[in-house]
Design a protein around this ligand. Structure first.
Ligand code: AHM
Ligand code: MG
Length: 336
């Protein structure tokens, strides 16, 4: 079987869906994928790359030493600045949007990303990942500010993530289903390994940080209580639990074999609005999950319909197998 590279996949997508895959978007995805290869190499080197370690350590010049998440942010910024496809970038690692320097042409897209999700897993050699989302820059805006990024997730034109696990996998949607690519390290390129990922509607596997149990709201207590009751409870079957602690890895498992991932707003994180971020975690993952036939809500409404009011806004997240997401959402709405 001929292997299909990411480049070929994108070119063919441009031919078959010219409205959804413009030449600039194709370039943008290629550039992000290239940056992810560089991040993958750095992650892969681990302790040999001198990039692990604590936050706040300083080198002999008294400068803060690079951590892998800061390095990943720089890799993505440098890769994406010069191509002419972006109007601005925003990231978990930066308070404010990063403008495109004046020496480069500006494009019509906005890129927002979590450069290295699951940072707490870096030093223990557990999967981490990069999450990204692409929006259109509002018409006529030359110098985008944070306000220009505050678009509901339904306006995303592309979303994706790369998981740096036993293999490096890139998962991508441009609104025509979800495809995944595996990094062939010998060739140095991403190769298409699945064309149309589908999340089964039903599942017997769930993911939640159970140490927050005492902080959960009653609908979450009820839902998880029913799952935990297993065969003898109201659901009449046993459920399995998996929790990696890197959203990318947990969502990737759900795209591969189904499941429900939850990070609800609870008493512990209510004042912050939740744990996970809307623009570069919940929205891109919500778009991908919906495109694979799953569902994504904040417990009450579709995540992609939420109107953001701040760049680093947080939100509750329930996503994955449709029937389970609908059930826990119905519990929140008092509809079941
Ligand atoms: P990060 O972007 O700072 O790494 O935080 C997001 C991560 C998610 O990957 C994961 O689901 C969650 O934080 C786990 O948080 P906690 O360990 O606090 O439950
Ligand atoms: Mg994150």
């Amino acid at each position: 079987m001929t292997s299909i590279s990411l480049s070929r996949f994108l070119l063919e997508a441009q031919r078959s869906h010219p409205d959804a895959m413009t030449p600039d978007l194709r370039l943008l995805i290629e550039v992000v994928a290239r940056a992810c290869k560089t991040i993958s190499n750095a992650v892969n080197k681990g302790a040999l790359g001198n990039v692990l370690g604590n936050v706040g350590t300083v080198n002999v010049q008294g400068e803060a030493q690079k951590r892998l998440d800061v390095l990943s942010n720089e890799i993505l910024l440098e890769a994406n600045e010069w191509g002419g496809h972006l109007a601005a970038l925003a990231s978990e690692e930066m308070d404010d949007p990063h403008p495109i320097p004046n020496r480069y042409p500006k494009g019509e897209y906005l890129l927002v990303f979590d450069p290295l999700d699951g940072s707490s897993n870096i030093d223990v050699n557990v999967s981490v990942g990069t999450i990204f989302s692409v929006l259109r820059c509002p018409e006529g805006v030359r110098e985008p500010t944070a306000a220009d990024f505050l678009q509901p997730g339904s306006r995303q034109v592309v979303a994706g993530y790369t998981v740096y696990g036993p293999s490096t996998t890139l998962v991508l949607t441009f609104g025509q289903g979800v495809a995944s690519f595996t990094l062939d390290r010998e060739q140095g390129s991403f190769v298409l390994t699945q064309r149309a990922l589908r999340i089964p509607e039903d599942t017997s596997e769930y993911a939640i940080n159970a140490s927050n149990r005492r902080h959960w709201d009653p609908p979450v207590q009820r839902y998880i209580g029913e799952l935990d009751a297993g065969k003898t409870g109201p659901r009449g079957r046993d459920f399995n639990m998996r929790w990696v602690g890197s959203m990318v890895a947990d969502v990737h498992r759900i795209l591969t074999r189904g499941g429900i991932f939850m990070y609800p707003v609870d008493a512990k994180c209510r004042d912050k609005g939740g744990r996970l971020r809307l623009l570069y975690e919940a929205n891109p993952m919500g778009f991908i999950v919906e495109q694979a036939g799953g569902a994504a809500t904040d417990g009450r409404q579709r995540i992609l319909d939420v109107q953001p009011h701040a760049l680093h806004q947080r939100i509750g997240v329930f996503l994955g197998s449709r029937n389970e997401v609908e059930r826990v959402t119905a519990y929140h709405l008092g509809a079941a």
